[in-house]
Ligand binder design. Structure first.
Ligand SMILES: Cc1cc2nc3c(=O)[nH]c(=O)nc-3n(C[C@H](O)[C@H](O)[C@H](O)COP(=O)(O)OP(=O)(O)OC[C@H]3O[C@@H](n4cnc5c(N)ncnc54)[C@H](O)[C@@H]3O)c2cc1C
Length: 265
């Protein structure tokens, strides 16, 4: 149960409050902190709402999204890459999209997140309260809980992307989340990024597969599926067996690569 609600008055104040109260959690939209399914409710929270972190703007890093920007505002933004807008729209409930923030989504770091695979595929990074810049992928895989001030989406000129979510029902927790991006050099794939959620406890980059594909011609979808299946294993839970996850991730990763490359619609 929450006993202490500490309002942060500035970014420095929020970081200082966290330093003094290491077990406290930041609260942004509060959709997870207050969620019935959250069995580890903190006793102390640090409120971020008064920091005014609600802008999307062009900066030298690319496009900067303040951590308090709501998921619905990402879906509606004219400035952001389509991949991220589609990922935001894939969060099924508008009520949640209107309250949940991008900082809270990354802070939670769920493997089921719609946004995180897209952010990883876009090579996005977070700016922390001390000014340090960390890739979203590293942040969610390191157990880091420092204050996220903003998220930077680098320029995507020359990169092509695609995403797909596999879920049993529209509102249900997904079985798989895939987002990819790549460059093209004639018929070759260059610098692919392949991010997959729901296979493990946090979103994964299939780095060995990325290396295998880099600088080579994109093969047929069937050959790609076979190749991908050698690089993925899936966990079993009540939504899907590991075997099914391995199969469906091979199909969907191959499809996303083909779509990003412009072979498929
Ligand atoms: C019923 C329901 C269904 C949902 N369905 C989906 C879905 O299908 N797809 C999807 O992607 N999301 C979904 N979400 C949203 C998602 O799971 C999180 O609840 C949401 O993104 C958290 O954002 P928030 O702003 O509410 O964070 P909060 O609940 O305020 O915080 C969540 C975590 O992030 C940390 N945090 C918050 N802000 C920061 C920051 N600036 N820096 C560092 N850490 C921070 C907090 O300390 C906390 O640990 C759903 C949520 C609910 C309640």
């Amino acid at each position: 149960m929450i006993n202490d609600f500490l309002w942060a008055t500035s970014i420095e104040d929020a970081a200082e409050l966290k330093k003094k109260n290491p077990d406290a959690e930041f609260i942004a939209g509060g959709t997870w902190i207050n969620n019935f399914d959250n069995k580890e409710k903190p006793e102390t929270v640090i409120g971020l709402e008064r920091l005014g972190l609600d802008k999307i703007e062009k900066t030298e890093c690319g496009i900067s999204i303040n951590s308090g920007v709501k998921i619905q505002d990402i879906a509606d933004s004219a400035e952001l890459p389509n991949l991220l807008k589609v990922a935001a729209s894939n969060v099924p409930s508008r009520n949640i999209r209107n309250i949940a923030t991008i900082g809270g989504d990354i802070g939670l770091g769920s493997t089921y997140s719609d946004l995180i695979p897209a952010l990883v595929a876009l090579n996005a990074s977070v700016k922390l309260s001390d000014g340090e810049q960390v890739y979203v992928y590293d942040y969610v895989n390191s157990g880091n809980d420092d204050l996220i001030v903003s998220v930077c989406i680098p320029n995507q000129d020359g990169r092509f992307s695609a995403l797909q979510k596999f879920t049993r029902t529209n509102n249900g927790t997904p079985v798989l989340q895939v987002a990819v991006s790549l460059e093209k050099d004639g018929s070759d794939v260059k610098n692919p990024i392949i991010a997959v959620g729901c296979l493990e406890d946090s979103v994964l980059r299939l780095e060995d597969l990325e290396e295998e594909l880099d600088g080579k011609e994109l093969t047929s979808k069937e050959a790609l599926e076979e190749k991908v299946s050698k690089f993925v294993e899936g966990k079993t839970d009540w939504r899907a067996s590991g075997e099914f996850r391995k199969y469906i991730s091979s199909v969907i990763v191959a499809e996303c690569l083909s779509v990003a490359f412009g072979r498929d619609k």
